[in-house]
Design a protein around this ligand. Structure first.
Ligand code: DC
Length: 235
């Protein structure tokens, strides 16, 4: 059952480092509240995939200003859990390791951030959304009524990523080991936190939740309870 009309519909911004539990938490909070879930990491991943498909990544490293051609006619659409880039379903492809390795670079480029921020603000215009990312509470929706900052121990996050990769990889495919995953996660956190434009950081009003020892159910309860305190009606 969706929320009744007339009830308060807010924006819930969930930020935090890689694999801190943002997307699972955000998706389930949205389900419980009858809100729309928007995964902004998937949008940065889609632009990265487009750069890989067009073979322009190396060129971009030398002349980042040429990124504008990548953004021309860019279309990113969500349909439930599926993500469509320029009309093609890229849901699985944007999770591949080759995309994860390059996404911090693409998301450090100002024209990319400007363009995706506009798209995200448009997606949230009607409120009633749970949006997760790195800069949602700080830059995209600094007026979000509820801001959450999720954190977790790096080893624990590497374990979660590993479990995800095992679940999704075809049998027999080589998987990176846990140490390597932890290293990649830490590198990505550092890149995301130190970049010039819209770095990963906690908004002073955000509620920080450490998910290292929490179950998903508990995280979802905590965020939903905070939403109820903000006047959102439960289902
Ligand atoms: O949440 P994720 O791991 O799918 O995000 C992929 C990358 O996208 C992440 O390393 C940083 C970038 N990102 C960003 O810069 N801003 C956002 N709002 C969301 C993601």
């Amino acid at each position: 059952m969706k929320q009744e009309t007339g009830k308060k519909r807010i924006i819930i911004a969930i930020d935090g480092p890689a694999a801190s539990g943002k997307s699972t938490t955000a998706r389930r909070v949205a389900e419980r509240l009858g809100y729309t879930y928007i995964d902004t990491g998937a949008m940065y991943r889609s632009v990265t995939l487009k750069a890989l498909q067009q073979g322009v990544l190396d060129g971009l490293r030398h002349s980042p200003e040429s990124v504008s051609s990548l953004l021309q006619n860019l279309s990113i659409r969500f349909d439930g859990d599926r993500v469509f880039l320029d009309g093609s379903d890229v849901t699985a492809m944007i999770r591949e390791n080759r995309v994860s390795r390059e996404v911090s670079f693409i998301s450090s480029l100002k024209p990319v951030r400007d363009r995706l921020r506009e798209m995200q603000q448009e997606l949230g215009r009607q409120r009633g959304v749970v949006m997760d990312g790195r800069d949602i509470g700080t830059v995209v929706f600094p007026d979000a009524e509820l801001k959450i900052f999720l954190v977790a121990d790096a080893r624990e996050r590497a374990k979660r990523r590993y479990a995800e990769l095992i679940a999704k990889s075809p049998e027999g495919e080589d998987l990176p080991d846990l140490d390597l995953l932890e290293e990649e996660i830490k590198r990505r956190d550092k890149d995301d936190a130190e970049r010039e434009h819209a770095p990963l950081k906690k908004h002073p009003e955000a509620y920080e939740i450490d998910t290292s020892d929490l179950t998903i159910e508990r995280q979802v309860d905590m965020v939903c309870n905070l939403a109820l305190e903000k006047g959102v009606a439960g289902r």
